[in-house]
Design a protein around this ligand. Structure first.
Ligand code: ATP
Length: 262
């Protein structure tokens, strides 16, 4: 049985069908890049999986369980098991880095302890070791808003990791970063995918990065699934269908060539 199954997943906003009958199976441990131009429905698809947005039709199954039916404690457990990473990092700016990562432990710690700032030593060690894994342990005591964008996104990945999720949904995690930081953040995602077998779905506008880091690409255009395969299978024609006139920008080269073959 696949870990995650989307069956005819659809979301409408008024007259717009943001996600249109998407059917997809994802086995455990895969690193999947979701590609497509702005407005293709990538964010809406990820937000439905995490239950931040409700589907208009279709189902999401996780190990055969209907995610749409989860409520209360079961829904909170799902959101712990399915960590989300956002383009704008979503850290608490005035809190220090270590505390931001500890927020990811909230579902593992009695609420009164965290409110009182009494994080168990074991959790502090877990949080620090996650930061060290991404080479930012030395920043643990700094305020989150004193870090660069690339550092903040790695803190957000550390926070997601200490949730001990089985799947991570990353919604354009590198869209606000320069190329060097984008690579550091993609390296961090690839590292936890390989090291811990955490399944990753990452929305990514840059075709070059998607091809470099993901073993499988899923392409959306106007909410429809128009490509599903390994990066090598993405032909010029498929890239053109996905990106239209944006193709050259997405692959970072000059128009009108669509040099998807590296
Ligand atoms: N809350 C909303 N209300 C109305 N329309 C929405 C809402 N969220 C998304 N849409 C519309 O749904 C479509 C898909 O948007 P979505 O954000 O999922 O695309 P995307 O591929 O993630 O693009 P981007 O990278 O620009 O966010 C767009 O036409 C968008 O305008």
């Amino acid at each position: 049985m696949p870990m995650l199954e989307l069956q005819g997943l659809t979301r409408r906003f008024g007259a717009v069908t943001a996600v249109d009958a998407v059917t997809l199976s994802v086995p455990a441990g895969q690193m999947v890049g979701v590609i497509g131009r702005s407005g293709a429905g990538k964010s809406t698809m990820l937000r439905m999986i995490n239950r931040l947005t409700d589907p208009s039709a279709g189902r999401i199954l996780f190990h055969g369980r209907d995610v749409g039916a989860l409520q209360g404690a079961a829904l909170r457990r799902w959101r712990t098991d399915c960590a989300m990473i956002f383009q704008q990092f979503n850290l608490v700016p005035r809190l220090d880095v270590l505390t931001n990562v500890l927020v990811g432990r909230l579902n593992h710690v009695a609420p009164w302890r965290s409110l009182a700032g009494l994080w168990p030593e074991a959790d502090r060690a877990i949080a620090l070791s996650a930061l060290e894994q991404f080479d930012i342990g030395r920043l643990a005591a700094q305020r989150a808003d004193s870090l660069s964008g690339g550092q903040q996104q790695r803190v957000a990945i550390a926070r997601a990791l200490v949730q001990e999720p089985s799947i991570i949904l990353a919604d354009e995690p590198v869209a606000s970063l320069d190329p060097r930081n984008a690579r550091l953040v993609m390296d961090a995602l690839a590292d936890i995918n390989r090291r811990y077998g955490i399944t990753i779905l990452v929305n990514i506008h840059s075709l070059d990065l998607a091809r470099a880091y993901c073993e499988r690409l899923v392409g959306l255009a106007q909410g429809r699934l128009v490509f599903d395969g390994p990066p090598e299978a993405l032909t010029d024609e498929a890239a053109r269908q996905l990106y239209g006139l944006e193709a050259a920008e997405a692959v970072g080269r000059d128009a009108p060539r669509v040099p998807v073959h590296a």
